[in-house]
Design a binder for this molecule. Structure first.
Ligand code: FEO
Length: 574
């Protein structure tokens, strides 16, 4: 194994044999240096590339450009670039293909292998001729010495151009984003499931959940392959010890998504600004409400597919390029196709990325309004590089849309359950609290009632948080919060304030007196007591997350006052 440290930027390289004549070249990025929705857990990430040396040599993917010199040094230490025959592109997002130009400069003889969409994208991007081979599902490439590669077309995991590559000899399936996670450590494989499972699920929820039907199609195609001993992912540890379990989790989660009665179509154009990342944040917010999402990149979508998706969707989210005067023809054509297929029962949300003119998107909004559609959320106009607040706003806008579309189902559920069991459950009483938290520049809060002490050593408590709460994404392992305990007879104004429906991205603390806890979160003045907590475990419990947290600091401000108590009548809603 070769490890090249770079303490200053906390970037390191790892190259290690993972199978016969097969090496992983892993670029370890220990610190998150950007905020994309699926990076929320802050465990860094890795960019994994692979080298297979049969009689011919193939490189699968490259790395992020921030690893340029380190990656090329390791690659050249492992092989003479003049001996490289194939460069297989699993997909063209820059975190994997950021060094394609550099590899081609060192190895101009190489044949680039990819899906039709990937090769087209590279031709537009590179502007220089290169040897290429477009592959379809089931195509094979014989490297000799037993290494026969079979390609699996897996669109939308996570870009439309994605392919998987299966090596018949080593039984390794190379999947790039799929089955990955943003988790950085020296372990090449998934020995400890407990350590990685939260990151694995979070990454699925953000990147793959909005493409659940595509995941199921890919799983079906994977089922036609012989045994899979290892899944060599593009991010995080490779799956070897838990392949069956982790693949089954993808199947289970995707089947749950695909069963949803309501679907939102999220259209974006990945050529424009941050459109794909913003649409992911919106999609993540939607799926938190139990509503399914189908994402479609209009850059490569067939007009018939666009029309079909619009016709089955209850809601539409459209990420447009900057609209100023006449926009580029493909974008305009795609928008016209959507407009022509839209019906008045649909809810529509629009965001624009990369535009400078704040008014430019309104004519498009008017067209959808004239069709009788319901505006799902106020237009989101992103002019600068998105920040944490931008992504949070997008996620909350998605959640608002999902809640709107599932409102009838929620009301039906409340009405449907009214028997003795529900009434008995409603006799469980609890306290009343306001949980406040922060995450970088973001702050959020929620009224909590399902709170209980859970342990003495360490001092710990649990809070149940509904999955469609905006604050849920700020309560992952390692996140900190303050639990503010409300006072009996003196909580109405705080309760009223925090029970309000806030607009996406709205400031929850405007007009509320706060001061800072040692963990950086807001403490509410005018409460009975507070505790500073840190999340150490999350357990999925149906429609809620049970958040187990340790408690480090606590203060009581009114020793003689009593805590507020919450009594309900039935146990099927709050
Ligand atoms: Fe890891 Fe979609 O790139």
């Amino acid at each position: 194994m070769v490890v090249l440290p770079n303490i200053k930027r906390r970037l390191t390289m790892q190259s290690i044999e993972i199978g016969s004549q097969t090496k992983a070249i892993r670029s370890l990025d220990w610190d998150r240096d950007r905020f994309d929705i699926e990076f929320g857990l802050q465990n860094g990430t890795t960019y994994n590339s692979f080298l297979i040396q049969g009689e011919k040599t193939a490189l699968i993917d490259t790395s992020h450009e921030k690893f340029r010199q380190m990656y090329l040094d390791v690659l050249q230490r492992l092989i003479d670039p003049a001996s490289l025959d194939y460069l297989i592109i699993s997909h063209t997002e820059p975190d994997h293909s950021g060094l394609v130009k550099d590899v081609l400069a060192l190895a101009p003889q190489v044949t680039v292998v990819g899906s039709k969409v990937a090769i087209q994208f590279l031709e537009n991007w590179l502007h220089t001729p290169f040897e290429k081979r477009i592959v379809k599902n089931g195509d094979r490439l014989d490297l000799g010495a037993g290494h026969v590669l079979e390609f699996v077309i897996a669109p939308n995991l996570h870009w439309p151009d994605t392919i998987f590559t299966y090596d018949v000899l080593t039984e390794i399936l190379y999947t790039c984003d799929a089955f990955g996670m943003h988790y950085c450590d020296d372990h090449t494989f998934d020995e400890d499931l407990y350590l990685i499972e939260e990151d694995y699920q979070y990454y699925y929820d953000c990147l793959m959940g909005p493409n659940a039907r595509s995941v199921l199609s890919a799983l079906k195609r994977m089922g036609e392959l012989p045994a899979i001993a290892t899944i060599a992912t593009g991010h995080g540890p490779l799956l070897h010890y838990n392949v069956t379990e982790l693949v089954e989790r993808y199947r289970r989660w995707s089947q749950e998504q695909a069963k949803a009665e309501t679907t939102v179509a999220v259209f974006y154009m990945s050529d424009y600004g941050f459109s794909d990342r913003l649409s992911q944040a919106i999609a993540h917010g939607i799926t938190k409400t139990g509503v399914a999402v189908e994402m479609m990149d209009l850059r490569s979508a067939d007009p018939q597919e666009v029309k079909e998706l619009v016709s089955i969707a209850s809601g539409l989210v459209i990420g447009t390029p900057p609209i100023s005067g006449e926009i580029a023809t493909p974008a305009q054509t795609a928008l016209n196709t959507i407009l022509a297929a839209t019906n008045p029962k649909q809810s529509v949300g629009i965001f624009e990325s990369g535009g400078k003119d704040s008014e430019s998107v309104y004519p498009l909004i008017s067209k959808f309004r004239d069709l009788g559609t319901y505006p799902a959320f106020p237009p989101i106009l992103v002019k600068e590089t998105p920040t944490e607040a931008t992504y949070q706003l997008c996620e909350e806008a998605g959640t608002d849309l999902g809640q709107w579309l599932s409102r009838e189902r929620s009301i039906k559920q409340i009405k449907a359950i009214d028997n003795n069991l529900e009434k008995a459950l409603g006799r469980l009483s609890s306290g009343l609290y306001i949980l406040t938290t922060c995450h970088g520049e973001l702050r959020s809060a929620m009224v909590a009632s399902w709170v209980a002490q859970a342990s003495f050593k360490p001092l710990g408590l649990t809070v149940a948080v509904a999955k469609d709460r905006a604050i849920e994404s700020m309560l992952h392992v390692g996140d900190r919060f303050v639990l503010n305990i409300l006072e009996e007879g003196n909580y109405q104004s705080l309760m009223k304030h925090f029970l309000k429906r806030f607009p996406p991205g709205g400031d929850r603390f405007e007009g509320v007196r706060t001061y800072l806890a040692t963990n950086g979160c807001p403490i509410l003045a005018d409460t009975l007591a507070y505790m500073e907590c840190e999340v150490s475990r999350r357990v999925e419990c149906g429609d809620h997350w049970l958040i187990y947290s340790t408690v480090s600091v606590g203060r009581i401000s009114k020793p003689d006052a009593s805590p507020a108590v919450h009594h309900r009548q039935v146990g099927n809603h709050y």
